[in-house]
Design a protein around this ligand. Structure first.
Ligand SMILES: [Zn+2]
Ligand SMILES: [Zn+2]
Length: 230
């Protein structure tokens, strides 16, 4: 059963909760899901980089709260850890967007590379990027993980409540990490609708603000936990 660790659980401007950013660590490999503004500092403070020789980035989409720290992470990895991060190639067009973004940020191509998700395995877990609906402006992805116990879904930012509902009802899916907002705004999952599918396998993350984070806990939802120092 995979258990993602989080360095932050806040959406867009929920700065008190930290940018929603999760990771999975194998012996010497680190999978980082999105890269919030202060991701590198937080990972360093929690000793997450210890013994890491391989860094893989799964970027769900290019909204600022999900990629603002990517330049620093790539530079820190190359210059201080001696590691060239691998970015998962979600799709051809997404790879192009990421290349353009990194180019604009002044991050040279020699400091990162793109890899097909089919070649990856972290901690005996397979990783598959799955296209999802979020905002018409950006290509967005969720992540389907699988190991010998079953499948696990990470929603990324999405407005596709039907998909989340179906996944929660699907017995092959052991866990669903899902974002939560007060309202959908046509871009997110409304908290009220999540109350109808509340169950043990549902883990809420990417909260719109502190109040919603507290309410979800009071309502008995599983919520993504901020990891402690390793
Ligand atoms: Zn977001
Ligand atoms: Zn977003």
């Amino acid at each position: 059963m995979i258990d993602l660790k989080f360095i932050g659980v806040g959406g867009a401007y929920a700065i008190n909760l930290g940018g929603n950013c999760a990771y999975l660590k194998d012996k010497d490999s680190l999978l980082l899901i999105d890269c919030c503004e202060d991701a590198t500092l937080k990972l360093k403070e929690k000793n997450v980089f210890n013994n890491v020789k391989n860094i893989i980035l799964a970027i769900t989409h290019t909204h600022s709260d999900h990629v603002a720290g990517i330049g620093t992470l790539i530079w820190y990895s190359n210059f201080l850890l001696g590691i060239k991060p691998k970015i998962i190639k979600n799709s051809q067009s997404f790879e192009l967007h990421m290349r353009n973004l990194l180019n604009l940020l002044g991050v040279e191509e020699k400091f990162f590379e793109f890899v097909e998700p089919s070649n990856l395995m972290i901690d005996e877990v397979n990783i598959k990027m799955v296209s999802t609906k979020h905002t018409p402006m950006l290509e967005s992805f969720g992540i389907m993980f699988s190991d010998n116990e079953g499948n696990y879904y990470y929603s990324g930012d999405t407005n596709d409540f039907e998909n989340i509902k179906n996944l929660v009802c699907d017995q092959r899916i052991k866990k669903v990490y899902c974002e939560a907002s007060w309202k959908s705004y046509n871009a997110h999952i409304e908290y009220q609708s999540l109350k109808n599918i509340k169950c043990d396998k549902l883990v809420l993350m990417h909260f719109e603000d502190d109040e919603l984070y507290k309410l979800a806990q009071n309502d008995g939802f599983n919520v993504a936990q901020i990891s402690v120092v390793e």
